[in-house]
Design a protein around this ligand. Sequence first.
Ligand SMILES: NC(=O)c1ccc[n+]([C@@H]2O[C@H](COP(=O)([O-])OP(=O)(O)OC[C@H]3O[C@@H](n4cnc5c(N)ncnc54)[C@H](OP(=O)(O)O)[C@@H]3O)[C@@H](O)[C@H]2O)c1
Length: 283
Amino acid sequence: MKILVAGKHGQVAQALVRAASSQALDVVALSRAEMDITDRQSVETAIADHQPAVVINAGAYTAVDRAESEIEQAFAVNKTGPLNLAKACDGAGIPLLHISTDFVFDGCKESAYIETDVCKPINVYGQSKLAGEEVVAKFNGRHIILRTSWVFGGEQNFVVTMRRLAQDRDQLNVVSDQVGGPTAASHIAETLLTIAKAVVRPHFADWGIYHYCGSPAVSWYEFACEILKDEPSVGVSAIPSADYPTPAKRPRNSVLDCAKIRSIFFITQPDWKNAVSLKKEKQ
Ligand SMILES: NC(=O)c1ccc[n+]([C@@H]2O[C@H](COP(=O)([O-])OP(=O)(O)OC[C@H]3O[C@@H](n4cnc5c(N)ncnc54)[C@H](OP(=O)(O)O)[C@@H]3O)[C@@H](O)[C@H]2O)c1
């Protein structure tokens, strides 16, 4: 089975390439230069050339704060990109697996979000990702939208930032009033490959939105404490979001309920702490 992946150099795409090679799956990842998802012709040509059985969209505009001032660019990649992919996949009669985010929610719910909860994004990135979900659902009935959160496992993420800051500072202040599920890119990759193998089976019918994130849910402060637990010389203090103003507002509660993916695909929530310590061992 051939799987075509958009956004080759991203955290999840890189993890997909690694996971596929260990499972002897034929995954072809294309960079923006090879398949620019904002360009309809580029997407159609790539799908015609590679003839995949499934497409995974791991390409996205992910600069949450910059999106507040680069609205057009965020929507081009996060809405027009999935639109082009959905239409091209529909034309080719193949499924599209699309990755989305906890940021489609406003964070005001007191418990974990389920797939049918009302989406009300509070920043441009979340709005652009929600627009992407809507066009995927509208233009290709054979779609899986996988919402995930707090991704780490590449070169630019919270884990890397905390470890870098810990090298030159003895005190870090980290926000403690935003809660979510950190998720290793490697776990998302394995999940996407499991889903890809399921959706190509004849009679598969469980299309739609799924939530998937690591467990346990924690605040950014608790996440930082775990990342730096072997660095006793660095102090970590909890601060409120109000003391760390950013251009984009963030949801207070980003926790995703992952019961649906467990019941349909038998995929359970991974413990993100194992992935953090594994990453450290590799350095
Ligand atoms: N990171 C998180 O914390 C987080 C949380 C929740 C959900 N998600 C979602 O998870 C998915 C994967 O995220 P990630 O962290 O792996 O992202 P990432 O590391 O930022 O990678 C995104 C990739 O998309 C590529 N891209 C941008 N514009 C493109 C275009 N026009 N055509 C093709 N590719 C393009 C980028 O290419 P260049 O290398 O050329 O820039 C980059 O390699 C995204 O859908 C994201 O919204 C991420």
